[in-house]
Design a protein around this ligand. Structure first.
Ligand code: TTP
Length: 356
């Protein structure tokens, strides 16, 4: 058995907005429920749907009109962001009782680094799941693995109300049978390029020589290789542990125009690259933040094996994240690009910056 070096928990609330709406109105329990944003009669968009409604093919970001066609009997309710934020904060506070190392990645998702010497980790983690249900009334899915990448992927395999532990040393074997589209960073364009090696599963990707991936994809290729082997040493980012650099900007008007989106991302990457150069830093993790027209905000990240500071590579990462997380239609309000996990350009060793 391999030595466990880290235990990372990934938690994702199940059908989050729909679950909160059901708490507010228990008659919705078990119903076909759609939470929608925008105009509920016309150009609205599905924020989320209850699991029963998903069986009809309804999913997040789908035009409401189409969702109603697929599931005409569904109850439709409008999004109530402040309500969900309150629940989100309570879940995060509960996680911080377990460990101070909590990284919230979206309104309903977080990584927690669990102390390695915590006895009966699986039992403790299941306790968290039960407490979230008992104290807040919400269902969630939790995975534990030795790194963030594997815990995130594992979590998605057991939704909803799931719980899974991927033991140390079994990461690669766990990932191998999964479809390549389960791997963060393997977006549409990347997947189509991977067809030259007939890659359909993460296991297929693990068999492609690292050098070939690097030739075709550059830095992303190195990430793909490491990820397929189930390796990821990116830290759990808490505000107090890591300094980061970032730049963000809001459009005058929400836009889905690819040229405007592309231009702003380029500008932000140049800004971040300039700031890294100035501080003589390099970054191992590039983060893209997207705030959509309805104020839903997501942050997604790519962690690289080799720290970078050049605009072209930062831009390639940001574009990749955009491609994986934006359907090209949903209006964007704000874009942010961040550089995390900084190292000194000269030393190449990782620094930690306690916040004063
Ligand atoms: P998700 O965690 O992606 O989805 P979910 O919690 O609804 O369901 P799952 O059990 O599959 O995790 O998103 C969290 C919330 O963010 C979701 O409840 C609604 C909101 N959201 C949007 O408003 N628009 C979107 O396109 C997505 C993906 C989510």
């Amino acid at each position: 058995m391999n030595r466990v070096t880290r235990q990372i928990l990934h938690l994702d609330l199940d059908a989050f907005y729909a679950s909160v709406e059901t708490l507010m109105d228990p008659t919705l329990e078990g119903k076909l429920l759609i939470v929608a944003m925008g105009d509920l009669t016309g150009r609205g968009v599905v924020a989320t749907a209850s699991y029963p409604a998903r069986r009809f093919g309804v999913h997040s970001a789908m035009p409401l009109r189409e969702a109603v066609r697929l599931c005409p009997q569904a109850v439709i309710v409008p999004v109530r962001h402040s309500l969900y934020s309150g629940y989100s904060e309570r879940v995060m506070a509960l996680l911080r009782e377990v460990s101070p190392l909590v990284e919230q990645v979206s309104i309903d998702e977080a990584y927690v680094e669990i102390p390695i010497n915590l006895g009966n980790a699986a039992g403790r983690v299941q306790e968290i799941q039960q407490r979230i249900k008992k104290e807040l009334g919400l269902d969630c899915t939790i995975a534990v693995a030795t790194n963030k990448l594997v815990s995130k992927i594992a979590c998605n395999t057991v939704k909803p109300r799931g719980f899974i532990v991927v033991p140390a040393g079994e990461e690669q074997a766990f990932l191998a049978p999964l479809s390549i589209d389960k791997l963060p960073g393997a977006g549409r364009v990347t997947r189509s390029k991977l067809t030259r090696w007939s890659v359909r599963t993460i296991g297929d990707l693990a068999r492609v020589p690292a050098a070939e991936l690097r030739t075709v994809f550059g830095q992303l290729g190195i990430y793909l290789h490491e990820a397929a082997l189930g390796r990821d040493d990116s830290p759990v980012f808490t505000e107090t542990r890591h300094k980061s650099l970032s730049a963000e900007n809001t459009f005058d008007r929400d836009t889905a125009d690819p040229s405007k989106v592309g231009a702003l991302i380029t500008e932000l990457c140049q800004e971040v690259s300039g700031a890294l150069d100035k501080g003589e830093f390099r970054a191992r993790t590039i983060v893209l933040k997207l705030r959509f027209g309805d104020f839903t905000t997501i942050t997604r990240q790519i962690t690289l094996k080799i720290p970078i500071a050049d605009t072209a590579t930062i831009l390639a990462c940001a574009r990749q994240l955009l491609e994986d997380n934006w359907n090209g239609q949903r209006p964007i309000r704000l874009i942010g690009v961040g550089a995390h996990n900084l190292v000194e350009a000269s030393a190449g060793t990782q620094l930690e910056f306690p916040i004063a």
